[in-house]
Ligand binder design. Structure first.
Ligand code: ADP
Ligand code: ZN
Length: 738
């Protein structure tokens, strides 16, 4: 029988409400706080709360539906100090995403929130900024520099001083002079330039293959969540195609995000966006100044930034209305973050898409095995493009068998490669030599006593950097000047470099081709992003003949004049004990040789190797990607490696080897038995010491059906926490095994 509903005594209306507040700290969960009278807060709202004697900025969180109300007596709870109203609350999808990522990676949700809040200045009142605009007559004294500024400013737009200086190629002093002369006038800059994207500004006329691909892609991306693997050879026009999907998303009023593995790549992309859409996208990466970071963060949160291009961390921006995520070069290793919250941005992009009901596009010329298997099994849609847009065909790849055509003693380039470079340069075309190793030589040895220079803090050799005249550790950054005599036996002039680094190749090339305009590109030699962008532009404009570079040049760039790519040591990556070594080498070498012949010039790739019969080299030479990948996939299936099985790595580190080993062993002993989960190790890590900390690893292998996270939680909650300076870190889906 139905009883008349009795109104519950509204105790909650009298007593102040409590809400969970998540702080950007390594805490296991949100803490509860009282909402003071007169304050209203909603989930996602930023608030200032006390913790101990300190005030923190945190976010009001949601309680899981099955969670019990807190048991802490109300008297013990503290009040929220302030609700931050100037910044929009985190959208609900950001809260769900943070919880999901924390849960999956076994990290503290607060540390994920910290990534989401990594723009301090967004929470401070924005300082007014001044720009300049053309206002008065030209000054009496007109230098060429001043003329250039006037030309650029002629459009009457308001310019940030630095942007105007950059566009006109002058120092800001020239601009200040024009302000003093009354020609330019200072005005407050708008906080965020409204992005007036013109979605039809310059649409490429797509080829038939491209148009079909674009139609399929738009079919896939027009609804809610879906994942599409856009799989097309280098230069096939993948970017043009996903531009169409971006245009559609933005035309619906939504935001679009493009992730790129390398911030150096974003500059060409931004130029292309400007050509395509008539406006610059917002940029997000680690090299932005704090104030730009703050502005971009706010513009995203306020739904003013419609198109964002960024590094992996851009995934954690507070998009309220994201309508498309593109992960460019989706196979790239740098999408994996190893430190703090260890996450794979490509995988988390798919999660973000699914939580936000938003389509995801994964683009690559050499997709990851993970994505290919997902496509094969029907979880992802698969669009393929087999032909290059501009060039007649893909570069012709050949292996140079270093056993048959060895270099001269003490040299690293085979006569076959040297001849090919010579021919290329003689035709007025560009050549690129690629070696994925920074510095001059990886090891330095004393000829007299055999002493090798080792890092005092790491189990690694010191690498000679000849330009900087020092020996450097690539793991901890320690460096020493190159000594005159052997520190061990005192012999003079006895130290010899062993093996090549990119600087040594540059030296060899300088002797061989002294007249060629050469440029050496290596992350340690290009100090800032703007220098790097300038160098890339010079290459693009054919102001350079010969490029010698590390993987900085391997990815994504479009160099129209590049005809020949020589790979100095193709075997480098294959020697590593890593389940993905073959896949990764194939991807890298396909990428770098794919830089050649992208337009009218026909391209060539030459690969120096001591094992030309290796399946990776054979696949590169034959261009038969599918057979190679099918074999790799079969291997993974048989050995139950990802994506057919799941991995987690536990890393124990500490200053005492005994303490680390003891703890790692006790961990292994405490592992709960489980049918479909195997615990391997502990074993000393291949890189056994970094920064004076000893390292032991355990590897957990699970079948796909097993709940790896639940297993790890059960296990790790039951073992005592490590003591002293011993640390345990968890890496779900590890990509590094060193
Ligand atoms: P991918 O991303 O597959 O490597 P891109 O989209 O960068 O290929 O295209 C390679 C080059 O060809 C770019 O310079 C691009 O502007 C040009 N391109 C591709 N398709 C077209 C098209 N339909 N019309 C004009 N230019 C195109
Ligand atoms: Zn070191």
């Amino acid at each position: 029988m139905a009883k008349p509903e009795t109104k519950p005594k509204s105790a909650a209306a009298k007593a102040p409400a409590t809400v969970p507040v998540l702080l950007p700290l390594a805490l296991p969960a949100p803490y509860d706080y009282l909402v003071p009278k007169g304050m209203t807060v909603e989930p996602g709202q930023f608030v200032v709360v006390p913790l101990g004697t300190v005030e923190y900025l945190g976010a009001v969180w949601t309680r899981p539906e099955d969670a019990e109300t807190p048991k802490i007596p109300r008297k013990k709870l503290r009040e929220i100090i302030e609700a931050v109203d100037e910044v929009p609350p985190l959208p609900p999808v950001s809260l769900a995403f943070a919880d999901w990522v924390a849960n999956y990676t076994l990290s503290s949700p607060g540390m994920v929130l910290r990534m989401m809040m990594s723009a301090r200045r967004a929470f401070e009142p924005p300082a007014p900024r001044y720009g300049v605009r053309l206002a008065g007559p030209a000054p009496d004294r007109l230098t060429p520099a001043r003329t250039r500024v006037l030309e650029v400013a002629a459009n009457g737009m308001i310019w940030a001083k630095s942007a105007l200086g950059e566009a006109a190629g002058v120092s800001t002093g020239v601009i200040d002079g024009l302000v003093d002369a009354g020609t330019l006038q200072a005005e407050p800059l708008p906080e965020w330039h409204a992005m007036d994207l013109d979605l039809d500004k310059t649409r490429a006329k797509l080829t038939k293959e491209q148009a079909n691909a674009a139609r399929d892609l738009l079919d896939n991306t027009s609804g809610g969540f879906s994942v599409t693997l856009l799989d097309g050879v280098t230069g096939s026009g993948k970017t043009e195609i996903y531009f169409e999907a971006i245009a559609v998303a933005i035309s619906r009023g939504k935001q679009a995000l493009v992730l790129m593995p390398e911030i150096a790549l974003t500059s060409q992309f931004i130029t292309r966006c400007e050509e395509r859409f008539g406006a610059r996208p917002a940029e997000w990466h680690s090299e932005l100044s704090p104030s730009v970071r703050g502005r971009v963060w706010r513009a995203v949160a306020e739904n003013k930034a419609k198109l964002v291009v960024g590094a992996r961390s851009a995934l954690f921006l507070p998009f309220p209305d994201l309508g498309l995520i593109v992960v460019d070069e989706e196979h790239d290793q740098s999408y994996k973050q190893e430190e703090r919250v260890a996450y794979q941005a490509r995988d988390m992009a798919v999660v973000r898409g699914s939580l936000g009901g938003c389509p995801v596009v994964l683009s690559s010329a050499t997709p990851s095995i993970e994505s290919l298997v997902n496509a094969e099994q029907g979880r992802y849609r698969h669009i393929r493009l087999g032909t290059r847009y501009l060039a007649a065909g893909l570069p012709a790849i050949a292996a140079i068998d270093m056993r048959a055509d060895p270099p001269e003693r003490g040299k690293w380039l085979s006569p076959v490669l040297v001849e090919a470079v010579g021919e290329t340069l003689a035709r007025g075309e560009q050549a690129l030599l690629f070696l994925n190793r920074r510095g001059y030589a990886p090891v330095t040895v004393c000829r007299n006593c055999g002493f090798k220079f080792e890092c005092p803090n790491c189990s690694a050799w010191l690498v000679e950097h000849r330009f900087r005249r020092r020996l450097e550790c690539h793991h901890c950054g320690k460096f020493v000047p190159i000594p005159e005599e052997c520190p061990n036996c005192g012999a003079e002039h006895s130290l010899v470099p062993c093996g090549p680094g990119i600087e040594r190749i540059a030296e060899e090339v300088a002797e061989l081709f002294p007249d060629a305009r050469r440029v050496l590109l290596s992350s340690d030699l290009t100090p800032g992003i703007s220098d790097l962008r300038e160098t890339l532009r010079e290459i693009e404009d054919r102001e350079v003949d010969l490029i010698i570079g590390t993987q900085l040049v391997a990815k994504g760039h479009h160099f129209p004049g590049l005809a020949l790519v020589g790979v100095v040591d193709a075997d480098l990556g294959l020697a590593q004990a890593d389940p993905r070594a073959a896949e990764r080498t194939f991807q890298l070498l396909n990428q770098v040789t794919g830089r050649a012949g992208r337009e009218t010039i026909s391209g060539r790739g030459l690969i120096q190797t001591y094992m030309p019969e290796h399946p990776v080299i054979a696949a590169l030479v034959s261009g038969d990607r599918d057979t190679f990948l099918a074999r790799e996939i079969e291997e993974r299936r048989k050995s139950i490696m990802p994506p057919f099985g799941r991995l987690a790595a536990l890393l124990v580190t500490g200053s005492s080897r005994e303490a680390v080993e003891t703890y790692a062993r006790s961990l292994a002993r405490a592992a709960p038995p489980a049918a479909k989960i195997h615990v391997l190790g502990p074993a000393e890590a291949p890189l056994s010491v970094i920064r004076g900390r000893h390292r032991y690893r355990l590897l957990i292998k699970a079948s796909r059906e097993a709940d790896l996270q639940a297993y790890l939680r059960l296990w790790l909650d039951a073992v005592p926490k490590p003591k002293g300076d011993v640390r345990l870190s968890v890496d779900i889906d590890p990509y590094s095994f060193l």
